[in-house]
Design a protein around this ligand. Structure first.
Ligand SMILES: [Zn+2]
Length: 219
């Protein structure tokens, strides 16, 4: 048995406290020379309004709907949503070998601003506040549907991420099941609380604030 343990140089497995899974970490590998692909920051010459963009005010979208001449943020149901509200809640099972459940959901798109050439951090504080208030409003109204068990608000950004439009926008997914990773994280947080009588994430935040190793910004 080894007496010393060095997180910075010993290959080790590390517990993901939210999922309970052990992840292999090889810190010594970061010292190897890198000659692979390096992404370049592409020059951004977007105009404030793009007549071909399906999110800019007044433009037509792929399904023929026309965007209003909006002045702040604007939300609509995704014309090509990954989840559909009209899906019946049905199951399929053949010999316990081919098994599937329908997944019902609502996917929405939020345009953060009418200006095609901005990104969220370039907007003014009141404009960003309006986006956050819209997130809250959408979350609360979706949560009123009894069949919705999980709501995720997120942003896919950049070409490499597969983002299909450079206009500043995000998405909301609401669905009829709790996704596997979220279910695992809830179980782990419940188990931690049962032992420590403190929430896992607040205890973890306290530890990180004490260690000061991974804190990038603190207000
Ligand atoms: Zn646009």
């Amino acid at each position: 048995m080894q007496e010393t343990f060095d997180l910075d140089s010993n290959p080790h497995t590390r517990l993901n406290i939210l999922t309970g899974e052990w992840i292999l970490v090889s810190p010594h590998r970061t010292k190897r020379p890198w000659q692979g692909k390096v992404e370049e920051v592409s020059a951004d010459n977007r105009p404030e309004y793009d007549e071909k963009c399906y999110l800019c005010p007044g433009n037509s979208r792929a399904d023929g709907d026309q965007n209003p001449d909006y002045k702040a943020s604007f939300v609509f149901k995704n014309d090509f949503g990954a989840l559909l509200e009209e899906t019946p809640l049905a199951s399929f099972n053949e010999a316990d070998l081919l098994v599937a459940n329908n997944q019902k959901g609502i996917c929405k798109v939020i345009s953060f601003t009418p200006k095609h050439n901005l990104t969220l951090p370039e907007m003014t504080l009141p404009e960003i506040t309006a986006v956050v208030e819209l997130w809250q409003k959408e979350f609360n109204s979706l949560a009123e549907n009894e069949w919705i068990k999980y709501i995720q608000i997120f942003e896919n950004k950049g070409d490499i991420m597969g983002c299909s439009n450079p206009h500043p926008h995000g998405q909301i997914w609401a669905q009829s099941d709790i996704p596997l990773e979220i279910a695992k994280e809830s179980e782990r947080q419940k188990a931690y609380y049962a032992v420590h009588k403190e929430s896992l994430l607040s205890a973890y935040l306290k530890l990180e604030l004490k260690k000061q190793e991974r804190i990038l910004f603190r207000k």
